[in-house]
Ligand binder design. Structure first.
Ligand code: MTE
Ligand code: MO
Length: 334
């Protein structure tokens, strides 16, 4: 099943009506492989590049060609063409591999994504350690094309593959006093050269209120563009929270912890006056050092030729998320 979200906030569970056939046919095999049947061997091996390379080679169409295929994506999710795969996989923030945008693509090959375990604990009735293979099978995968708006003022449109984090949360049964969810990511000195820098307090930690984590838009992503996540995009499993600035979408998750108190996040610890806990995309609340009213879509020219787009409230997902913040002063809770 694919879910596509249109610009006006409509979620449709029946993919094939909304998904142009070329896109659907092309990605079907990968989605099927990821989600289900091949089970055992294929899923177990999924995290290994070798196994995936074989699956990719067996595909009828070259999926990497789709992102630029504008006709193929008309009418999908955002009504906007996905960013070129090359941009999405070479212009990254993943400070564990360096602070320059090009560094994650150059250095993240050292990240060891198999074996991989995600521990889910804290205030839950059923804490568990999920091997990646089991996480992959937990729920059917969907494709969701989301805008990603970085706090720095640029944005991309990325077709993710995964399922709602709520699926996982339901399995572990949060207790009544669980109010927040903390996301803890990989911090391995041996494979992540960026940890030598003190720019952030490692591990990179993010957090959401429980209702935000349960919102169906919040995605646990295992792939993008119909393929396995490249390491630089947060393999083997990451969060995608499309109505918040990109830094809330923590990469390479190893632990998800339910808490009563609001978690301290890596960016909040680094600069509390600049990065609040909520960090909802909001064109009306400037960053202390720059405006958040507009953004540059990666791929739409640079420098003098950069086209400016108006940033949308909650990154365009207002219809699905605004009610969670009813009555809150979003300037105070930035
Ligand atoms: N672990 C970790 N997760 C992270 C980051 C990081 O440095 N480390 N950077 C964040 C930021 S600032 C952004 S904009 C997005 C970028 O995701 P992308 O490279 O897939 O576009 O990842 C977020 N998740
Ligand atoms: Mo970002």
């Amino acid at each position: 099943m694919l879910i596509r979200t249109s610009d006006n906030g409509f979620i449709h569970p029946n993919s094939s009506e909304f998904t142009p056939r070329a896109v659907y046919e092309g990605r079907r095999n990968v989605l099927r492989l990821m989600a289900s049947g091949v089970a055992g061997a294929a899923l177990a091996g999924w995290a290994s590049r070798e196994a995936f390379a074989q699956a990719a080679a067996a595909r009828p169409g070259k999926l990497a060609a789709l992102p630029g295929g504008k006709s193929a994506v008309t009418g999908a999710v955002t009504m906007e063409a996905p960013t070129d795969y090359k941009d999405a996989s070479t212009y990254n923030n993943f400070y564990e591999f360096g602070t320059d945008k090009s560094e994650p693509a150059r250095y993240a090959h050292t990240l060891k994504t198999t074996p991989w375990t995600v521990e889910v604990d804290g205030l839950v009735a059923k804490p568990a350690k999920f091997a990646l293979e089991d996480l992959l099978k937990l729920s059917p995968m969907e494709e969701r094309i989301y805008r990603l708006r970085c706090v720095e003022g640029w944005s991309m449109v990325i077709p993710w593959v995964g399922y709602s984090l709520a699926e996982l949360i339901r399995r572990v049964e949060p207790l009544g006093n669980a109010k927040y969810v903390e996301f803890i990511t990989q911090a391995d000195k041996a494979t992540m050269p960026g940890l030598r820098s003190g720019v952030l307090d490692w591990p990179y930690v993010e957090g959401l209120r429980l209702d935000e984590a349960m919102n169906p838009l919040t995605l646990l992503a295992f792939g993008m563009y119909g393929e396995v996540l490249p390491n630089q995009n947060g393999a083997p499993v990451r969060l995608v929270v499309p109505w918040k600035y990109g830094f809330k979408s923590a990469k390479s998750l190893v632990r998800i912890r339910f808490t009563e108190k609001e978690p301290r996040t890596a960016w909040n610890k680094a600069a509390a006056q600049e990065y609040g806990f909520y960090s909802n995309v909001n064109p009306n609340v400037d960053h202390p050092r720059w405006s958040q009213a507009t953004e540059r879509r990666i791929g739409e020219g640079a420098g003098l030729f950069a086209k400016k787009r108006k940033t949308l409230m909650f990154n365009g997902y207002e219809a699905q998320v605004a009610q969670m913040y009813a009555g809150m002063d979003l300037k105070k809770y930035f």
